[in-house]
Structures are given as C-alpha cells and as structure tokens.
Design a protein around this ligand. Structure first.
Ligand SMILES: *Cc1c(COP(=O)(O)O)cnc(C)c1O
Length: 429
C-alpha cells in the first residue's frame, strides 16, 4: 500500500460508521472497474470474485448497458419519475414479459418496491399476511432475507438479529435441507408441525426460502426438498415465497434459481443483479390473484429507478433472449467445480457448497477461510467468505467473466490456499 493510499483510507477510518464491513478486509481505494477487473488508486488491478455480492452478474460497466444509459442521460431522459408511466419502465416491462415471464409460463405481476432487496422481502411478507389473514411466516435456519425489521425477523443469523434492539416476531424457524445431516429429511418435521393442531405452530401465511442460501453458507437445497416444501405450503393454505435476490439472474445457471424443479412460487423477490449494472432496483413478482395491495398501500419514493430500467432492459435483451448465455454459465460452472475440488483437497474435511456459479468450499473455520481470502486479495483477487462462522470461501464471479480471466482468478485462489495451508502445516510441525 502506498502512503497516498494510506492517507486516503484515513478518511474512512475517521469518518465512516463502524457499520462498514467488506472494506475492512480489503485495504485499497478502488477507482475503476471494467468487466471482471477492478483497479485501485495505486494502479493495481484485481480480478473480482465478489461481484457486488452477486449484484454484478454481468460484470462492471457492460459496454452496451453503459452506452444505453449515457444516451438516456445525454438526451435528458427522465432520471426520477416516482411511479409515473415512463418510456423506460415500459421498455423494461415489455422485455421482462417477453423474455423472462412468458417463456417460463409465468403470469406474475411486477411490483416495483423500494430499490433494496429487503424492501422487496418486506412487500412479499406483507402481501402474504394480507392475502391469508395470518401472521406467521415460516423461514429457515441460516436464511438471509435482509436487515429491515420485517425481513430481519426472517433472517436467521444471530449477529444480524442482535442489531434489531427490539423483538422480532411473527416468524417460525424450521430446519433447512441438510441442517440435521444428509440422512434427515427435514420436510418430515415441517409436515408434522403443520399437520398437528397441538404442535404450537400457528397456521402460516407463507413459507419463504432461498433455493441456495447465499449469506448462510451456500447451502443448496435438493430440488425434491424444495418441491415437497412447495406442496406443503399449498396443502396448508400458505403462499410460497422464493427469495431469489442472490440466487436469481443466472447465478445458479438459469434466470430463476427454481427453474425445472416443478414448482411455481406465488411470490418471487428479486434485487441485486436485476438492474444488470449494479444500480439499485428491486422487484416483487406476485401471482395476479394475490396482487391485492391498494394504490400506494406499500409505497416508496424510489419505486422506479429509471436509470436501472434502462440497463435492466439491455441486460435481459442481451443475455436472456436465447439460451446461449445459459450454456456459457454451465461451462464456467464446470471449471469452477474442478478448481474448488482441488482447493477442498488441500484442507482435511473440506467440502464443496452451492450450485452453478454460486459455489464455494467449507474449510471448517472462519479463521482459515478469512486467511485464504486475505492471501488471495494480496495476490490480486477480490473474494469473500460466507456462512454462520464465515467458514465458506465463496466464489461469486461475474457470469460474463472471460474463461481466461476466470482461470487466472481460480489459479490465484488455489495459490492462496496452497500458501495458507502450507503455513498452517509448518506451524503445526
Ligand atoms: C442481499 C439479500 C437480501 C437483502 O438485499 P438488500 O438489497 O441488501 O436489502 C435479501 N435476500 C437475499 C437472499 C439476499 O442475498
């Protein structure tokens, strides 16, 4: 780190709130980014395996999205329009309907919530409660749904919950797939609790899940488990909410993470990569019969990020109008799996997590995972951990990463793991 960089970092230490987080492990000041690479103030370049926590699935500054946005701004296009009809919103909705909803036989209405994932989750939970007249929502161990109070009540992580400063009510936690070990089908417990009038669990308004738990450690539920949960929701008059904020937009291989599982969620939440460009934008997709909020009953000043509509439309038309991108994701997912298997072999007991391009390795302890990520950063790779104890080294590379760059990044990660595990062995001897 140059003295210039240290001087620049001083402002963050002095003035930015202690609530800052990712930046603590990466003591650089970033200036530019293009595709899968970022540059810092010292001119060092990094390969990005964090991708804004899956908000940059199409990489940084995609040239087509950037050009469309620059044209829009240069032509005095609307920058803020509350929820008025705008040309750009129509453009987004048309593209979303044609390329995303229709080919998947989805008739969901698109609700623009406030621009964060948590706000989309708040809307989803409120809709389910209003539709059913019930309060209880079933969420799962290690689930992460955001940190506003409603969403936080569904989030499992004790550290985040501890920040609430008040009671977090109205949610019953059930064990996610694999929580009790691979031999235990946790839908059996869910079924028993739902069926027995003396289980003590109130009838649920909704069952809400991530198909792959992003923050919770890349726990990928078995499609059969998900299907069974969906059946139970419908048998018991509860709405099925899939929180696809992190796993959606191609991250697991298809546009939605639940495709080809034989389920159709009543509500889907989307955010993170939905704008395509890293701009704030969130959606709550809801089956028409449950689209029952009155005008502005759930509202917000920033319910239409017009700039995000411009880039989101380009993202859909560029990447999702045929299946070529999906194939490309599949090929890179195979590369990723092979490299992560090598990494797992370096650490006794380590094992792979996740699905598609949302994968990682559980290395047993947060200490080791953080050491590997820290070493990788020194070698020019931006990468983070996830899981209850931060014990999972998590790869969330942009899905558009060129194979050569991806290989380079994966090699850095393997080198970092080799360095750290060799040191650990040396220390033990
Ligand atoms: C990130 C995330 C959220 C919260 O989104 P914010 O934009 O941070 O509020 C909710 N659910 C899931 C699955 C997420 O990964």
């Amino acid at each position: 780190m140059s003295t210039d960089t240290s001087a620049e970092i001083a402002i963050f230490d002095r003035r930015e709130s202690e609530a800052r987080s990712y930046c603590r492990g990466m003591q650089s000041v970033f200036t530019k980014a293009q595709g899968s690479e970022m540059t810092d103030a010292d001119g060092r370049s990094y390969i990005d395996f964090l991708a804004g926590c899956s908000s940059l699935n199409y990489g940084h500054n995609d040239p087509d999205m950037k050009a469309a946005l620059m044209d829009h701004i240069a032509g005095d296009g609307i920058a803020h329009g509350l929820d008025l009809h705008t040309e750009t919103k129509a453009g987004f909705l048309n593209a979303f309907e044609e390329h995303i909803l229709k080919p998947r036989d989805m008739d969901h209405r698109v609700m623009f919530t406030g621009p964060t994932g948590a706000n989309a989750v708040e809307a989803a939970m409120k809709i389910a409660r209003k539709v059913t007249g019930r309060n209880n929502i079933i969420a799962f161990t290690n689930g992460f749904h955001g940190v506003t109070l409603g969403a936080l009540s569904a989030t499992a992580n004790g550290y985040h919950r501890g920040g609430a400063g008040t009671t977090l009510d109205g949610v019953t936690r059930m064990p996610f797939d694999g929580y009790m070990g691979s031999g235990c089908d946790t839908t059996k417990l869910l079924e028993a609790m739902l069926t027995d009038g003396s289980s003590g669990m109130d009838a649920p308004a909704a069952i809400m899940l991530e198909t792959v738990q992003g923050e919770g450690g890349l726990n990928a539920a078995d499609p059969e488990w998900i299907k069974r949960v969906a059946e139970l929701a419908h048998e018991h008059g509860a709405l099925l909410i899939v929180d696809d904020i992190q796993a959606g937009c191609g991250r697991t291989g298809s546009f939605f993470s639940f495709e080809e599982m034989g389920i159709m969620p009543d509500i889907v939440t989307m955010a993170k990569s939905v704008s395509g460009f890293g701009l704030p934008m969130a959606l709550t997709l809801v089956r028409p019969e449950y689209d029952i909020f009155g005008p502005a009953e759930h509202n917000g000043t920033f319910r239409g990020n017009t700039h995000a509509f411009v880039t989101a439309r380009v993202a859909i038309e560029k990447f999702w109008s045929d299946d070529s991108f999906q194939k490309e994701i599949g090929e890179k997912a195979d590369m990723l799996e092979q490299s992560l298997e090598q990494l797992a072999q370096m650490v006794p007991g380590a094992f792979l997590k996740g699905r598609g391009m949302m994968r990682g390795v559980d290395v047993g302890t947060g200490e080791l995972a953080e050491a590997i990520c820290g070493r990788a950063f020194e070698k020019g790779l931006v990468i983070e951990t996830s899981g209850s104890d931060d014990q999972v080294v998590k790869v969330l590379a942009p899905l558009t990463t060129p194979k050569e760059t991806f290989r380079k990044g994966l090699n850095i990660l393997l080198d970092a793991a080799r360095d750290v595990t060799a040191q650990a062995k040396f220390a033990a001897e």
